[in-house]
Design a protein. Structure first.
Length: 428
């Protein structure tokens, strides 16, 4: 594995750790404390914790995920690899750590000192502004899980169940996740309802908060993974389509498509333009169209993903970077060869200079002596120039190697199945 690949993997695990910690803040300090069930294994762990409080939520998350993880490997092979185990383990540990509830023998007395869920800010939010506490917790969970997923990790749980349901029954992952989460939320709601704790909000209210949390979390995760920017789809109805299309092609460097549509009021066919542009280009294009044709009719809509020319997928970008890497490595090898040839030339020139000086000292008539010394000086000068050329060639080779390393760091050349993510799209 190349050094840059190792650094990339280390960085991925670092970001998975950061994401797990951020998600643990939202889960351990807000959602668990508010008794709002987030669905999945975490929600099931909370439901069990309502009945057996002595088992901490983090411990239950880990204990429930381990058999699911093994089941997933048996059913699906190595789809869920080391990153999955690392993801749910760190998340479970961080939840208990932040709540001061780590139950690992021998070290729990040294780690259970935080108890942040009972801090003044958390207690104030829970008592005075419950909805805002749920929103804050949801944001932390969404951002944290988004980072975990973005860097090719998972927190296991319902994702493994969804993958198995897809394999066995052909259910889509989205449908499977919704079903699993709804079942968990219903179980937790029933448990809360049967407990009749007057210090909690009503069970049905908590269920509504849970549904709100699930919806908002999914939106935040998407924004973290795919970015905040959308592409813009513009439908243009104008009498100056030639001028508008020329501007889009020449100034925005985007394609534009014309097709005919019939206005059902006028019963006339009319040419309509359609183009996909970035949000910044849309802010420039729309006013320009209105300048060209004040009567133009525009329809702008958000586009989540664009795959095609001008909007390259991650795989296509990686392929171009790999080609650049190979080219830079080849150039660096050529420069290194030039440096070696220049060093050899420098040694030969120095050898000629030494021989010329030796000839002058041994056979020197005045004429021969003068010619020999001139030959020696010429050879020495050639040696100096060759050494300088070798130095420059070596420096050039090092620059090319650094450039190749920089390009290489932008490309993930890992071939592991668990690292493949063909769904990621590069935004512009």
């Amino acid at each position: 594995m190349l050094l840059s690949q190792k650094i990339s993997v280390i960085f991925d695990y670092f970001m998975i750790t950061v994401g797990s910690f951020i998600a643990a803040i939202g889960l351990g300090l807000f959602m668990v404390e508010a008794d709002v069930v987030p669905g999945g294994v975490t929600g099931l762990s909370m439901a069990i914790n309502f009945i057996w409080p002595k088992l901490s939520v983090g411990t239950l998350i880990w204990l429930l995920n381990v058999p699911l993880f093994i089941w997933g490997i048996v059913e699906l092979g190595n789809t869920f690899g080391v990153r999955t185990f690392y993801g749910f383990s760190t998340n479970a540990i961080f939840i208990d750590f932040l709540r001061g509830e780590i139950q690992i023998p021998f070290i729990k007395d040294y780690l259970n000192f935080l108890d942040l869920q009972n801090s003044a800010p958390i207690r104030h939010l829970m008592e005075k502004d419950f909805l805002f506490a749920i929103i804050i917790g949801t944001v932390f969970v969404g951002v944290g899980l988004g980072l975990v997923f973005k860097f090719k990790g998972t927190t296991a749980g319902s994702e493994i169940v969804a993958a198995i349901l897809k394999k066995r029954f052909g259910m889509t992952p989205g449908t499977s996740l919704i079903i699993v989460d709804l079942i968990v939320v219903l179980i937790a709601t029933i448990v809360l309802y049967l407990q009749h704790d007057p210090n909690r909000p009503p069970a049905l209210v908590l269920m509504c908060y849970a549904a709100f949390h699930l919806c908002l979390t999914s939106v935040i995760i998407d924004r973290i993974i795919y970015g905040l920017d959308y592409a813009k789809n513009m439908m243009i109805f104008s009498n100056k389509n030639e001028e508008i299309s020329d501007y889009i092609i020449k100034h925005l460097d985007r394609g534009v498509t014309a097709f005919y549509a019939r206005g059902m009021y006028t019963k006339q066919d009319k040419e309509v333009l359609m183009t996909i542009v970035s949000p910044s280009d849309a802010r420039v294009l729309a006013p320009h169209i209105r300048e060209l044709d004040p009567n133009a009719f525009l329809i702008l809509s958000n586009v989540h993903e664009v795959i095609g020319e001008g909007f390259r997928s991650r795989e296509e970008v990686d392929l171009k970077l790999i080609k650049k890497l190979r080219h830079a490595e080849a150039e660096a090898a050529k420069a290194a060869q030039e440096a070696i040839r220049a060093e050899i030339a420098a040694k030969e020139a120095q050898s000629h200079a030494d021989k010329a000086r030796e000839f002058a000292n041994q056979y020197g008539t005045e004429h021969h002596d003068e010619n020999a010394h001139n030959d020696a000086k010429t050879a020495e000068q050639a040696a100096i120039e060759a050494k300088n050329a070798a130095k420059l060639a070596r420096e050039h080779a090092m620059e090319l190697e650094n450039a190749a390393s920089s390009i290489e760091s932008c490309v993930d050349l890992s071939k592991d199945d668990e690292d493949d993510d063909p769904t990621q799209i590069m935004k512009f």
